[in-house]
Design a protein around this ligand. Structure first.
Ligand code: RIB
Ligand code: CA
Length: 320
């Protein structure tokens, strides 16, 4: 690593794989985590705050401010993913309550403060529904002058998870995602197409679970929980999930991206929350007859070097 660490803020809904993202981010010397903001998603926002503080404590992170954000999406009701992340939102591992406390400001206030105070433009890493980010952009649009890039986990070019076509973070708050896409700053979409591919092999998961170090055992248990077959599988693998988006900030060359027009389907019905990524080489009849509509270009992740990101994550998290 050369040069100054990259100032980053993670907006999360911790969340098993958000926890994997935090465990990595706070230990990588190339990142300067200036704040962590919480939003309802995988579980309710108070659970997200608790889980986030717990992970930072277990990771031995420095004094990073954590703030509570939106309790629900802009329009939709709260629809958690506890069936994936457990009743406590973090695998029901029986972790102790954190001794750390959240900041006494809300997430939007903390985001504004830390973005504008940063010595260099900040990279935002949302790994959750985009509600906090949309509220920030609409309340304090001046923040864009000190945002380098937004690398968000969300969306899908091909197949969804919350619905056949929509990924959870975008589906949970489609209007907020639409606001993010038109923020007017460079954006990388780390969608399901790459998210699902970055998986830690079973031998590495087993090594972490057997570690004498509580922080590493936690990482192993979280990874094991990520594997849908883990309950039955004596040797589970573990998807890095959201942590891959943080790897993409540290090591963007591990990702293959293309600048493509992206928009969010907002109409009610089966496509709501879909990220429509235009991969056509030439304009079609719609543009010929009605003219081109303006759609922001987003650096869409289409490929990922899986071994590179798994190795980056493991070496960073396991480093003494
Ligand atoms: O759709 C992927 C998202 O859902 C990620 O943010 C992850 O946390 C999962 O819950
Ligand atoms: Ca998440």
């Amino acid at each position: 690593m050369t040069g100054q660490p990259i100032p980053v803020i993670i907006d999360c809904d911790t969340g098993i794989d958000d926890a994997l993202a935090l465990l990595f981010a706070v230990r990588h010397p190339g990142l300067d985590v200036r704040a962590v903001t919480c939003v309802a998603g995988n579980t309710d926002v108070d659970g997200v705050v608790r889980n986030t503080l717990t992970v930072l404590e277990q990771a031995g992170a420095g004094d990073i401010p954590v703030a509570r954000g939106a309790e629900r999406p802009l329009i939709e009701p709260l629809r958690t993913a506890r069936h994936v992340h457990g009743q406590d939102g973090m695998g029901d591992l029986g972790l102790p309550a954190p001794t750390r406390r959240a900041a006494d400001v809300d997430a939007v206030t903390l985001l504004r403060r830390e973005i504008l105070a940063a010595p260099r433009p900040v990279t935002l890493i949302p790994t959750a529904p985009l509600t906090n980010i949309a509220l920030l952009l609409r309340t304090h649009p001046e923040v864009v002058r000190n945002i380098e890039r937004i690398v968000f986990m969300g969306g899908a070019v091909t197949t969804g998870n919350a619905t056949p076509v929509a990924e959870f973070n975008v589906w949970h708050d489609p209007e907020a995602a639409a606001v993010l896409l038109t923020a007017g700053v460079p954006i990388t979409m780390y969608g399901l197409d790459v998210f699902t591919r970055v998986v830690v092999p079973a031998a590495d998961v087993a090594r972490l679970r057997a570690s004498g170090e509580p922080r590493l055992r936690l990482a192993g248990e979280l990874l094991a929980h990520r594997d849908p077959a883990s309950a039955a599988d004596p040797a589970p693998t573990g998807g890095l999930g959201d942590a891959g988006a943080v790897c993409a900030v540290v090591d963007p060359d591990g990702l293959t991206t293309e600048p493509l027009p992206v928009e969010v389907a907002l109409a009610p019905g089966p496509t709501r929350g879909q990220t429509i990524v235009d991969r056509r080489a030439v304009p079609g009849e719609a543009e010929i007859h009605h003219g081109a509509r303006e759609r922001p270009l987003v650096d869409v992740a289409l490929g990922v070097d899986v071994e590179r990101y798994v190795s980056l994550w493991l070496t960073t998290v396991e480093k003494a």
